[in-house]
Write a protein of this length. Structure first.
Length: 450
């Protein structure tokens, strides 16, 4: 599940891990052991191949910091059941941290990670844009929807779903929401696409800032979706939307309470779903308790969340899969106020994944909060040798906090100036005006300190 509340729960770098390299593959043979023949970080090549083969292009846009992206890579895209679909698309994966992928992000803007695109190479038009996680079964339905849109053969609710997907792919969230709502209204009760369509509708409503409509839609539609990952994700999205509704809106407290109950029901034990999806709903439930001013309740949920995550990490088949849970373990520990409960696990991740910038970046954050400032600065040094793109700005911003805690004002100023200089080398898709403005404000605040 794509998380909306990570930035509220934790300041800093709090997400995911990869099972595949970000280097560009020279030939499809480089993926001979993978179920799907992904081309890595080469949109031009993938587009050319899709045109020449007369196939739509499937794009997995991911980032090393995104826990859901890494869950997909560790647990879903490795599933051999996907091998039979290899010939349906040309497959492309893009690491959005890499400056070389900025052109794709400018052409196909995205707000959430991961986002999956199905693109018509004839017009370079996004037929489908789906944000969040998916099981193998959900991916297979996405494949069918993309092919149907590519061939232009959809009818009835499927045609409306295809139209809504295309509008969302073009960045027209409000128009997409209207069409997707029509699709749900016209579809039969047992429509096989209902769960997927509801997730897409809620994401479009969220993107259009129709938070109240998103929350009320979720509450109305959830009973029509059977227990499943789609239902859990829709419950989490609806609850997340409700937390953005103004407090003076009619019956908003009752709306939030109802959606909180639906979210708890959706992740009940015994309902099969990816661990990352269940964790994402836990995260929103913590945010709901915090929004209600219920600190004790937030800690209770965070304790349940962290216990769940520790159990999933213990079952993970390899370090890449285990580190999927690191960012959420850190989020839960911060709410609990028990940081040492997660420090050893993230130290272990750094030892086992020496080329990953996430563990040292997270350790820099944790060590700073624990008052271990020399360790924090050393961990930041290690992260900076590996990180690039927009995430480098995050690491530099966090490094500033370490310098401030050490009483090193001049070093803090230099670090922020370095971050702003680096931002100028990136495209707006990787260093947004909002990020740059935040760095500029932070620099002004640091300079104003005695």
């Amino acid at each position: 599940m794509k998380s909306h509340l990570s930035s509220l729960l934790v300041v800093g770098l709090l997400a995911c891990t990869t099972a595949r390299t970000s280097a560009v593959s020279e030939t499809p043979a480089a993926h001979a052991k993978a179920p799907l023949p992904f081309i890595e970080d080469d949109y031009s090549r993938a587009l050319s191949e899709a045109k020449s083969r007369g196939l739509p292009l499937f794009v997995d846009t991911w980032a090393p910091w995104c826990h859901t992206c890494r869950s997909m890579r560790a647990y879903v895209f490795t599933d051999e059941a996907l091998a039979r679909h290899a010939g349906r698309f040309v497959w492309l994966e893009l690491n959005t941290d890499l400056p070389g992928n900025a052109g794709f992000l400018e052409k196909y803007p995205m707000e959430n990670w991961p986002t999956f695109f199905i693109i018509d190479p004839r017009e370079e038009k996004a037929l489908v844009r789906f944000a969040g996680s998916a099981t193998v079964a959900q991916l297979e339905r996405l494949f069918e929807d993309g092919e149907r849109a590519y061939r232009g053969v959809a009818q009835g609710p499927e045609a409306l779903l295809a139209r809504g997907d295309a509008l969302y792919g073009e960045g027209k969230a409000a128009e997409a929401a209207d069409v997707l709502a029509q699709a749900l209204a016209e579809a039969p009760a047992d429509w096989s696409r209902r769960g997927r369509a509801l997730e897409s509708l809620l994401m479009a409503q969220y993107g259009a800032k129709r938070h109240e409509a998103c929350a009320r839609t979720a509450l109305a539609e959830l009973p029509r979706v059977p227990p499943s990952p789609s239902r859990a994700n829709a419950a989490g999205l609806g609850l997340s939307c409700s937390l953005s509704v103004a407090g003076d809106v009619r019956d908003v407290k009752e709306l939030r309470a109802s959606l909180e109950e639906k979210a708890r029901e959706a992740i009940a034990p015994g309902i099969a779903m990816p661990a990352d999806d269940r964790s994402g709903v836990f995260e929103v439930l913590v945010g709901a308790r915090e929004s209600a001013g219920d600190e004790a309740g937030a800690k209770t949920v965070a304790g349940q969340w962290l216990t769940f995550l520790e159990g999933e990490a213990a079952k993970a088949p390899n370090p890449e899969a285990r580190t999927v849970f690191d960012s959420h373990r850190m989020s839960a520990a911060l709410v609990l106020g028990d940081l040492m409960r997660v420090v050893p696990a993230i130290e272990q991740s750094e030892k086992e994944l020496p080329n990953d910038y996430n563990p040292p970046a997270r350790l820099a954050n944790l060590y700073r909060r624990l008052g271990r400032l020399d360790d924090a600065l050393a961990a930041s040094d290690r992260a900076l040798t590996k990180v690039q793109g927009g995430r480098r700005l995050r690491v530099l911003s966090e490094r500033t906090d370490i310098h401030v805690a050490r009483g090193e004002k001049d070093a803090a100023v230099r670090t922020l100036e370095d971050a702003l200089a680096y931002a100028k080398t990136l495209s707006g898709a990787q260093a947004s005006p909002r990020q740059v403005a935040a760095l500029e404000k932070k620099l002004a605040d640091v300079k104003a300190k005695p």
